[in-house]
Ligand binder design. Structure first.
Ligand code: ZN
Length: 362
């Protein structure tokens, strides 16, 4: 029997977290009042409910609407720094040992901040959070699919210029519908030519084609979601009878899939948890990981996501350990950081839980 308390206590790794999707409702209210920004409610509970209701409409496009509210209060250096620090503090409460935080700097320029100021404010907050809590982090800069290729190239250049200063990768986010990643080929080429890292949101609102393009055309090292990779498989329950070349490639090359259960149900990427492909992938040795995506919009935490996986997919503590260590192996942080987190935090944390658990239950 795995209890909520056990799940809360185990060390965790978060690979897919949007800074503008994880802001505390109380912080949104305070920042909005400071700058006279209109928001849907000034009651934290009501405001949180507003975000959840907006997210749970079975459409990625609709899910993304809430971000205009969070981004509206993130237009100053102080706000970005505070929200970044609070994100790390919130991870510490969930016993997250390492987190990759992402956001699109081009969405935070409404009040005249330049991209460097934005990235530096976020890094200041993340580092302050790390100092206070010991949570390691990596920052991923996102370009937006609907923006121009010039914009995405600019973000790619920005990401590379902050490598070794906390930025670990480049991503492309936003609505997949009508915005294929190959439109931003110059940005991906720039990243690849500089030996930097790429993750791409794909296979969430769009099918196999979008994952194919992300990996083979754009050079993604990891895939955000990958929910619809199952369309490249013939399966019964969790038994795969046949796989296409893309699914085979993803498994053989150990390409990590950053899966986000609650978010996938809310956007309609998967119809229900029972039908979510996580278990199919996991039982067939794909490199799957579990993340929150947007704790605010999706009303979740990493502990809750692990609880869902335990409940719906019958995961054991040993499974959670494997998934967590695989997540850390898949992180974009330097190799030494990955080893340090695995050997200094993850393994000892799981060994402790194991020593307190009946061996038959592990
Ligand atoms: Zn995402």
């Amino acid at each position: 029997m795995i209890t909520k308390e056990m799940i809360k206590k185990i060390p965790k790794v978060e690979l897919h977290y949007h800074l503008d999707g994880g802001v505390r409702p109380e912080t949104i209210i305070e920042l909005a009042e400071l700058d006279n920004i209109e928001i849907p409610s000034h009651d934290p509970k009501e405001l949180a409910d507003w975000f959840h209701r907006g997210a749970d409409r079975k459409s990625l496009g609709l899910y993304l609407e809430g971000f205009s509210v969070t981004c509206a209060v993130m237009q100053t250096k102080e706000a970005i720094e505070r929200i970044s620090r609070e994100a790390i503090e919130d991870f510490a409460k969930e016993n997250v040992a390492y987190a990759e935080i992402r956001f699109a700097p081009t969405l935070l320029t409404d009040k005249g901040l330049n991209l460097e100021e934005i990235v530096e404010a976020a890094l200041r907050g993340l580092k302050a959070g790390r100092e206070a809590t010991g949570v390691e982090f990596g920052l991923i800069l996102c370009a937006m699919r609907h923006e121009s290729p010039d914009n995405s190239l600019q973000v790619a250049e920005l990401a590379v210029s902050y490598r070794n200063k906390g930025v670990v990768a480049f991503d492309i986010a936003g609505d997949e519908n009508g915005h294929p990643p190959k439109a931003h080929l110059a940005a991906f080429q720039y990243i690849r030519n500089r030996n930097f890292s790429i993750t791409i949101h794909a296979g969430e609102a769009f099918g196999v084609e979008s994952i194919w393009q992300a990996i083979q055309t754009c050079g993604a090292h990891r895939i955000g979601h990958g929910t619809r990779l199952q369309e490249d498989m013939v399966y019964k329950g969790t038994r795969i009878e046949n796989m296409g070349s893309l699914a085979t490639f993803v498994r053989d090359k150990r390409i990590p899939l950053e899966m986000c259960l609650s978010s996938n149900i809310q956007t309609g990427a998967a119809p229900s948890l029972d039908e979510h492909p996580f278990n199919l992938y996991y039982r067939n040795n794909f490199r799957v990981t579990l993340s929150t995506d947007n704790p605010l919009m999706s009303d979740t935490t990493l502990s809750k996501e692990l609880e869902l996986a335990v409940t719906y997919f019958n995961l054991t503590l040993r499974d959670l350990e494997k998934i967590t260590i695989n997540a850390m192996k898949s992180a974009f942080a330097p190799y030494e950081t990955r080893l340090k987190v695995i050997y200094d935090t993850l393994k000892p944390g799981y060994a402790k839980i194991k020593s307190e658990t009946n061996p038959n239950d592990y």
